[in-house]
Design a binder for this molecule. Structure first.
Ligand SMILES: C[S@@+](CC[C@H](N)C(=O)[O-])C[C@H]1O[C@@H](n2cnc3c(N)ncnc32)[C@H](O)[C@@H]1O
Length: 219
């Protein structure tokens, strides 16, 4: 059973190099059961999403993907950043999450579809940026997922890995210490990104937010 990345104990997060527990069927089942009430569970997260999107430095006209968009909590901020002339896409593995996003009218801000970030229906280099909130801990193969995201982003394009709570605060909530092998820890994430077509440019892990920014490297 995969963990809710927002509230899961840190010690239970997957290893940096592999994650056998997050098979797609289990991930889908887990989030399908939570889709209806996802936003109610975290009603205070909106400003943190807006601030994270603001730090991406998106420009009007950009094309941005929300990878693992869930119910689409980031989509309005992404749309505001790229403007009417920009393109916002949202993909999620769990149909119920996309259904909830549509019920909330968030398809007005983005093109939404069910897809696995490890096999994206997006051309090479088509995107200026990818935003992923609470995503990478759920990927069965983080390397494959990050490589696929890199494939779809143009050289010097951007990746933002966000979480509305920092790693230590998340662990403390569960009476634990952050696990040293958490792939989101900077010593693990930097090399993981470097192996998959990215260069970590900024890393913030504060009580009320986690934000890692990276740029697409050229091979
Ligand atoms: C913790 S939730 C975060 C949802 C949303 N980004 C948010 O912050 O509200 C993780 C989301 O990632 C999706 N997900 C997990 N693995 C995925 C994959 N391989 N491809 C696409 N989406 C995936 C799940 O279905 C779930 O909606």
């Amino acid at each position: 059973m995969p963990h809710d990345a927002t509230h899961a104990p840190d010690a239970a997060q997957p290893r940096p190099d592999r994650n056998e527990s997050n098979d797609p069927d289990s991930v889908r089942e887990f989030f399908a059961a939570r889709a209806d009430r996802w936003d109610e569970k975290f009603p205070e997260d909106g400003p943190a999403f807006e601030a994270a999107v603001a730090e991406m430095g998106l420009r009007p006209g950009d094309t941005v993907l929300d990878a693992g968009c869930g119910t689409g909590r980031a989509l309005a901020a992404l749309r505001a950043a790229v403007g009417a002339e920009g393109t916002v896409l949202g993909v999620d593995l769990t149909p119920e999450m996309i259904d909830t996003a549509v019920r909330k009218g968030r398809q007005r801000d983005a093109g939404l579809t069910v897809a696995d970030v490890s096999r994206l229906p997006v051309c090479d280099g088509a995107l200026d940026a990818v935003f992923g909130a609470g995503l990478i801990s759920h990927l069965p193969g983080p390397e494959a997922g990050l490589r696929e995201l890199a494939r779809t982003v143009r050289p010097d394009g951007q990746l933002a890995l966000f979480h509305p709570i920092g790693r230590a605060a998340l662990a403390a909530r569960h009476g634990r210490q952050p696990a040293p092998d958490d792939l989101r820890a900077e010593p693990n994430l930097g090399p993981l990104l470097a192996r998959t077509g990215w260069r970590l440019t900024s890393f913030t892990d504060e009580p009320d937010r986690y934000l890692a920014l990276a740029v697409r490297t050229t091979d």
